[in-house]
Design a protein around this ligand. Structure first.
Ligand code: PLP
Length: 532
């Protein structure tokens, strides 16, 4: 019997279009499948006989077939054909002890059609625009036992968490806490509380996230005045000033400090100074900025700021640290109209995060507002402890050091940054895709062959740039070197004329020169200290 007839004559309960048979159809013969996957032909023959491909071959098959048979199809089929048997569990025992009911036939009609087992994500190197890799200490802390959100131990932890957030925001603002929800919720929290129907808000837009702010103003009933800048350029302070001159009744100015969609950094200090000159409050998006570059809330006089847990804080997604000045808190308290969102009403949430201060505090007792995501908050606490241990300024310096090395490597390959050097964010590197290179294919190859995730361009930059993140725990030498070597190989496979290894050499040289200048500075400081 030849290979083709074998694949066509599969019997029993094995579907004729199982992954093993599809492989043979795709490649023409069992021998060819074996050759492509570098396997013994007997192995492929066995797959055909049993009617499935073992789950561990999923990724290889996806690669070999260029995605025509996906890893998840292989895994799903394998687990339904050969379910994992939990031998240690005797009959009649469930994961939580003896099963008393006996059967669950009634509910079975709604059960998933395939057998679903525990989910185990692969270990990826995350170098996109977020989420980032998570430090093992944060993951361990997150898996500690659950406790109640009003447990006194938890409340002590909340107080520590707030003080750690004040440290990363560089503020003494009393109202500094993590909103339950991703960065988008933090954004909405600011707009919903600070924009009343009819309020004029100047929104500076130089990328995707400025656009989201406009949506928020409109949905809060405000009137957005848009100051547009080119994607990849910073917000132009002069344009902001012109808009404020033309709209003296504008109540709020909103802008993104670190535009994740382009990798551009705006001059937050100057923009806030201008807004205050015209008596407008400021809303600053620090989702990507916080802990990657200096964010000095008190020094700059920021009125309202929000960030997200999954960027340079390197925690699990789903929390949005925010901080508000007294001026904003008073402004929101004095609002006569009802804030349009119950969940986000600052006056209501205040008593959960800032109530019952203990000791001499006159704050009202801390009460239930919503069920806080306790384990995620443990994780954020640990992520912030890590930043405190490293030192915030060292965190910023680490981002800059690895950005310098990554940039040296990328530029040695002839790649060009989207943003001019003086406005480049160290933690978000937007690099132009060279002509003739398939942007999406490069990302796919990095993911499938090297387990590295980098980001694509958004909106008008889709297909034109890659976004390489150096945020939080992902910002490490080994990631920079792995990314450069993977890109080097992938781009040269796509026909770019590169000297393989040169990019890593350039990055090494950049690291070496940075280390030498740091050593020199230390020496000079020691000399000054001796003389003093
Ligand atoms: C600058 C900026 N603002 C807001 C957001 C929205 O945050 P999230 O995706 O956590 O909702 C993002 C997300 O990437 C961002 O980069």
């Amino acid at each position: 019997m030849n290979d083709r007839s074998l694949s066509a004559n599969i019997v029993g309960d094995v579907p004729a279009d199982n992954c093993a048979a599809r492989l043979v159809r795709l490649f023409g013969s069992q021998a060819e499948v074996a050759r492509r996957l570098q396997l013994d032909r007997a192995v492929v023959n066995h797959w055909i006989k049993v009617g499935y491909v073992p789950a561990r071959w999923g990724t290889e098959i996806e690669l070999a077939t260029d995605g025509r048979i996906t890893a998840s199809e292989v895994v799903a089929e394998a687990s339904s054909r050969r379910p994992i048997k939990l031998k240690s569990r005797p009959d009649g025992e469930g994961p939580f002890g003896s099963i008393l009911q006996g059967s669950d036939t009634m509910s079975l009609q709604y059960a998933p059609s395939k057998r679903i087992t525990s989910f185990h994500p692969p270990q990826r190197t995350l170098m996109g625009p977020g989420p980032t890799e998570i430090h093992p200490r944060v993951l361990t802390t997150m898996s500690q036992p659950a406790i109640g959100y009003l447990d006194p131990i938890f409340i002590d932890m909340m107080e520590e968490l707030k003080s750690l957030l004040r440290y990363v925001f560089q503020t003494k603002n009393a109202l500094t806490f993590p909103v339950s929800g991703p960065g988008s919720v933090g954004m909405e929290y600011c707009f919903v509380n600070m924009v009343a129907p009819g309020d004029k808000v100047i929104v500076c837009r130089n990328g995707v996230f400025g656009g989201r702010m406009i949506e928020n103003v409109e949905r809060a009933g405000g009137v957005p005045i848009v100051v547009d800048d080119e994607w990849g350029a910073p917000v132009d302070p002069q344009k902001l000033e012109d808009a404020l001159k033309a709209n003296r009744d504008a109540r709020v100015v909103a802008f993104v400090h670190a535009e994740t969609s382009t990798g551009a950094r705006s001059d937050a200090k100057t923009l806030i100074e201008i807004a205050h000159r015209y008596d407008a409050l400021t809303i600053v998006d620090a989702v990507t900025a916080l802990a990657g570059i200096p964010v000095l809330v008190d020094e700059w006089g920021v009125d309202a700021i929000y960030s997200a847990s999954q960027k340079c804080l390197s925690c699990t997604p789903g929390l949005s640290p925010v901080s508000f000045s007294e001026r904003v808190v008073d402004y929101v308290k004095a609002r006569k109209d009802k804030i349009h969102s119950w969940f986000m009403d600052m006056n209501l949430l205040h008593s959960y995060w800032n109530g019952g201060g203990g000791g001499t505090s006159t704050a009202p007792v801390r009460t239930y507002h919503h069920t806080a995501p306790t384990n995620s908050l443990f994780a954020l606490h640990e992520a912030l402890v890590l930043i405190r241990e490293e030192g915030l300024e060292n965190c910023w310096a680490r981002a800059t050091r690895h950005h310098t090395a990554l940039k040296a490597g990328l530029e040695s390959m002839g790649l060009r940054f989207l943003v001019r050097p003086e406005y480049q964010l160290p933690q978000m590197n937007a690099v132009r895709c060279p002509e003739g290179v398939d942007e999406a294919k490069v990302r796919r190859t990095l993911l499938n062959e090297y387990n590295i995730e980098i980001g694509a361009g958004l909106g008008p930059l889709a297909g034109k740039i890659w976004r390489i993140g150096l945020m939080g725990y992902s910002c490490r030498t080994e990631n920079v070197m792995l990314c450069l070597s993977a890109l080097d190989q992938t781009l040269s496979d796509q026909g770019m004329k590169l000297h393989v290894g040169e990019a890593q050499g350039a990055a090494h040289a950049a690291y070496a020169s940075l280390h030498a200048s740091i050593a020199q500075q230390k020496k000079e400081r020691a000399k000054v200290a001796r003389v003093a």
